[in-house]
Write a protein that binds this ligand. Structure first.
Ligand code: DAH
Length: 340
């Protein structure tokens, strides 16, 4: 019996426990009801009476020793566990959280602004809710012009003098009323038209207006400015073409096409096999408009232009349906993440 106890004592000294499973094995082998210590207690009955006190003490010491071993390794293993939880694996791939992206309209708007900023155009803004004078009258719109029709413009019932601006040309008027030439400004903003929504039209869209008023501003200045813009926006190879047109507030007026950046002017379905894409309206500011805004039309001349941001974004990103810009479908918008 004593020998058995000595052997177990030695075993306990040498024991090494490295995992939770081994710890559980140890508990079963030594401390459980069917374990080795319990066997000793069972054998204890057979020990001679005179030996009982000494052997009983030995068994108790052994039992405490086993319990100490168990406790020691248990705390060892649980501290290993919690310290491994706290450790950081610095080689693990970073878990990027998804951050938003700029909207394609904002991207194009910003690019247009940057291009004109580089040649001295400053940003100006005006109200979206305007009066008839700034949207139409000052800009030389005749009384019977269809743009003044309820069909095209959002008016309010109470006061037909108040309307949502149909173009950013209204900002031209506000600038010329409040500033003296030289004026060199671009006005980005939202505009509103009472149109049925389709792949090519929307009742809300964005424009950028340009205005340059000074002494001796000529059509050649307009053309060079727009050529510079087209090359910066669509690439160095881009060509421009000005076609005569009509706007009440410019004389002469023109519409500008750029060579198709998809087929390089050879003809494709984007440019409808013409090789050209229309991107903006422009012209020399009509002397009546200068006068309406308090600028001496004898002393000053100016040019103006206006472009649709959605139209340019559609060409730049090959988007065939304008509605995608307004629907905020994440699958569409995600394609622009990473672009600045
Ligand atoms: N306001 C015009 C439109 O909405 C665009 C435009 C054409 C603006 C000619 C101009 C311009 O400044 O000179 O269609």
């Amino acid at each position: 019996m004593k020998e058995k106890i000595e052997i177990l004592k030695q075993q306990l000294k040498d024991i090494k426990i490295e995992s939770k499973d081994q710890l559980e094995d140890f508990r079963l082998q030594y401390l459980s009801k069917k374990g080795k210590l319990q066997d000793l207690f069972a054998d204890f009955k057979t020990v001679a009476k005179e030996d009982k006190p000494a052997v009983g003490q030995m068994i108790n010491v052994l039992k405490n020793q086993a319990q100490d071993v168990y406790n020691h390794f248990k705390s060892d293993i649980s501290s290993q566990d919690s310290s491994s939880e706290k450790e950081f694996d610095l080689t693990r791939p970073v878990n990027f959280s998804h951050i938003g992206a700029r909207h394609p309209i904002s991207l194009v708007r910003k690019e247009i602004i940057d291009i004109f900023n580089r040649i001295g155009f400053v940003i100006s803004e005006g109200p979206e809710v305007e009066d008839d004078f700034h949207v139409f009258t000052a800009l030389n719109f005749p009384e019977e012009h269809p743009a003044r029709d309820m069909q095209d413009t959002f008016f309010i019932e109470k006061d037909p003098d108040i309307a949502l601006r149909t173009h950013t040309s209204s900002v031209q008027v506000r600038i010329m009323e409040s500033q003296k030439p030289p004026i060199r400004t671009i006005s980005p903003g939202r505009v509103f038209r009472n149109e049925a929504i389709s792949a090519r039209a929307h009742c809300i869209f964005h424009q950028v207006e340009g205005l340059y008023v000074d002494k001796n501003v000529s059509f050649a200045d307009l053309k060079q400015t727009l050529l510079y813009f087209a090359k910066e926006m669509f690439g160095e190879e881009t060509k421009i073409r000005l076609r005569p047109s009509y706007f009440p507030f410019t004389e002469p007026s023109a519409e500008m096409d750029v060579s198709c950046n998809i087929c390089g002017g050879k003809g494709c379905n984007v440019c409808k096999y013409t090789g050209w894409l229309e991107i903006l309206g422009c012209g020399m500011v009509d002397p009546n408009v200068l006068t309406n805004c308090g600028i001496d039309a004898e002393e000053y001349t100016g040019f103006a232009f206006g472009m649709g941001v959605e139209r340019i974004a559609m060409l730049k990103y090959q988007v065939k349906d304008l509605r995608l810009f307004f629907e905020n479908d994440k699958r569409f918008l995600d394609q622009f993440s990473g672009a600045y």
